[in-house]
Each structure stands twice: as C-alpha cells, then as structure tokens.
Design a protein around this ligand. Structure first.
Ligand code: PMP
Length: 398
C-alpha cells in the first residue's frame, strides 16, 4: 500500500468502525428546515446545532431581498470581484457591514475561513510576529501558518502569557499582530477585550478580533464584542467574521479602516483570485443587518433562551464552562459516554453535536449545543428533560 492509500485507509477504518456501531453523527442529510426544527431521515428533530442564532434563516424580509437580488443579477456574477464581479448588492453589503460595526469600511470574502486565512497571510511579512490564543479558530491558525511571520500562541485568555510573548517580541520583530476570537467556538466564553486592547497599545501591536459567534448575539443591541464591553470600534484594528451564522447566508468579512480595506481588496489573494459571492447571499446579509437593528425582540429572545437552557443545565449539575453566548458546551469527559449520550438524544429527537479530542482537550469531550432565538420554551424544556433523564440514567449527573 502506498503512503497516501495508507493514510486514507487509517481514516476509513476509524470511520467504518463508528458507522458500524451507529455512532457516526456527521454529514447528516437534512431534508427540511423549519425554524428550530429539522427533518432528518423522515423524522422531525429539535435543532441544537444551528448557527442561525437569531433565527433569521428564512426570515421573510431576508428572503424577499435575496429574491430581488436573484431576479436582478442572477445566480452568480461575471467572476472575481476585482475585475467584473462587483455588483451594487456587493457594494451595499460591505457598506452595511461597516455601518453596523461602526468601522470606516469592510470587505466581503467567500467565507469566514477565507476572510481570516487571506487577511492574516496578506498583511504579515517575514519580519513580523503573529500571536494568537491557543483556542483560536482553525481559520486563524491556518492564516498564521500560511503567513511568513513568526507564529506564537498564548494560553487561553491568559493575559500574563500574552504579555510575556509581547515583551519578548518587543525589539525582535517589525510588525506585531495579536488575534483572538470574540466568542470561542468550542467553549462559548468571551475574550477579555479591554485588557487585550491595553496590552496591544502598550506593546505597539495590532489587534484582530473574530466576531463569528458574537455578531448579533453579544451587546445590548447585538452589535457584538465592542458593544458588549462598551468600547469604540476604533479600539481594534480589524474585526473579522462569518456571513453564515447569525447572518443567514454564506461568506466572511473583515472590517476596519478604509486604507486597510482598500489594501486587502487589491492584495488579498483569497479576494483577488476567487469568485464573488452570489448576489442573493450578500443581499440577504444586508437585509439581516437591517432586521437586527429594527427588531430588538430577537436579541431579547436569544438572551432569554440562553438563560433558560444554561440555568436548567447548571441546576441539574452539568458543567457548561464559562459560556456567555449561544455556544453551550455540556462537558461529559470521556468519548464513550459523550457518543452514547448523543446517540440517546438523537434517538429521542434532539439534534446536537458531539465534540471529541483532538478538537477539544483530552477528557473534556462534550456536547456542543447552540441555543437560538428560534427555540420556544417547549423546545428548550424538551431538551432539558432529555438531558436530565439520560444524564441520570448514565450517571453523568446525580
Ligand atoms: N471563525 C470562527 C470563530 C468560526 O467558528 C468559523 C466557522 N465555524 C469561522 C471563522 C469560519 O467561518 P465560515 O464558516 O464562514 O467559513
């Protein structure tokens, strides 16, 4: 067997093993979506794995604006943005992202992954250093690896560790960039933004914050991490994010100063050499940002639902770490009970994702449940009841 065949075979052995035991929960075919419910294999399930945090997927105003753009511009564009693919819908969307976040400008990429990958690798050169949190998203890590800069990581949310690295980097590198997630995608906790800003100022570093899981969720009116801490958008050099979570489309963005964004529009390879987003997708984003600002009841609903779900879990004795967001880790520990509990919940109609090592540290295997504004009290109580019954039966809780 050749080296590639061996690699593929090792993976497939593990994959088939999970399938045989009925413990494979990935790539499930969803036949229908309806608010917080999905139809899988002919069964209606309550969805706790959706990133549509404000329940905007299929919102009538979003659907209408997407349809208008589809009729006006068609399903795609003429190609890459820089040559012939920039439509009025793209320009409007970028301006709306910037106005929503309070920055001078914004650039839309084909995904949140590409936004991070391309921006980080474009900005950094070989005499620079990039320092990121150990739990930063894969797209940030990959951007750092792709860049020619020195790549360093600090312990999760540990300001002393970051200070140590910044101090050591002080005279050694030309440019310094620190990158964090606003909300961490496996733990749901929040970065200590005021302290990070102060540290970056002290050491002359730029700060980039990924708002993938905070936009529309954090802050009294859902404007994200800046609003959550009562800071100014100008305190951070770059905000990045996804257009496929709270904003129910596809794509990613970076927001910041106009000069920086113009630089990226002409230099970022993931933008220059990759096709434009479909006009309907960017129109859906613009409409969603309008809806978030017009309808504060959505944010109130998601807050209420987070409290109901996390409160219920903690009362039963489940550890949900330090979540402050729609990402709710339910810590189980070892992989076997995590998969067993997932299996029972799926069987009884709750769609939730198991997260195992190496995605998370050893013995912190968990279910990752996402609460959204689309859940009703009944949906949440249904899930809590299942978690109580099976958790007790499996001796995970008392
Ligand atoms: N950043 C974070 C923190 C994420 O969680 C994700 C997606 N899970 C991304 C970036 C990538 O976004 P996208 O799915 O739009 O590529």
């Amino acid at each position: 067997m050749g080296v590639f065949e061996k690699r593929i075979d090792t993976f497939l052995t593990e994959y088939n093993n999970l399938r045989e035991k009925n413990l494979y929960y990935y790539l499930q075919q969803v036949d229908q979506l309806d608010g917080a419910h999905v139809w899988i294999g002919g069964r209606r399930m309550v969805m706790f794995s959706s990133y549509s945090y404000l329940g905007l997927l299929k919102h009538p105003k979003v659907q209408e604006r997407a349809r208008e753009a589809l009729d006006r511009f068609g399903t795609g564009t003429h190609g890459v943005r820089i040559l012939a693919g920039t439509t009025a819908a793209h320009v409007e969307c970028e301006q709306r992202i910037a106005s929503f976040l309070g920055t001078e400008d914004a650039i839309a990429y084909s995904s949140g992954y590409v936004a991070n990958l391309s921006t980080i690798s474009t900005l950094l050169g070989r005499h620079d250093v990039v320092i990121t949190d150990k739990l930063s998203h894969a797209s940030i890590i990959d951007g750092c690896v792709l860049s020619s800069a020195e790549f360093q990581r600090f312990k999760h949310n540990d300001l002393d560790d970051l200070r140590r690295l910044l101090k050591a980097a002080a005279d050694k590198f030309e440019g310094k960039l620190v990158i964090v997630d606003a909300v961490y995608s496996m733990d749901g906790d929040v970065c200590p933004l005021p302290e990070l800003v102060a540290l970056c100022r002290e050491y002359g570093a730029w700060l980039m914050v990924d708002e993938a899981h905070s936009l529309g969720v954090l802050g009294t009116t859902g404007h994200g991490i800046i609003e959550y801490f009562g800071m100014s958008p100008q305190d951070v050099e770059m905000l990045s994010g996804s257009l496929s979570k709270t904003l129910p489309a596809v794509g990613g963005f970076v927001a910041g100063r106009h000069d920086l964004i113009q630089f990226l529009r002409h230099q970022a390879r993931g933008f220059v050499f990759s096709a434009a987003l479909p006009p309907a997708a960017v129109a859906a984003v613009t409409a969603s940002l309008d809806v978030i600002e017009e309808d504060p009841s959505l944010i109130a609903a998601v807050r209420r639902n987070i409290q109901r779900f996390v409160g219920g879990l903690n009362e039963m004795g489940y550890d949900t770490l330090n979540t402050k967001s729609c990402v709710i880790p339910i810590i189980i520990g070892k992989p076997e009970p995590t998969l067993e509990l997932t299996s029972r919940l799926h069987r009884d109609g709750m769609f939730v994702s198991p997260i195992l090592h190496p995605a998370v540290p050893m013995n912190t295997c968990r279910l990752r449940a996402n609460v959204t504004a689309g859940h009703t009290d009944e949906d949440i109580d249904f899930a809590l009841d299942l978690l109580r019954r099976h958790g007790k039966d499996m001796a995970i809780i008392k």
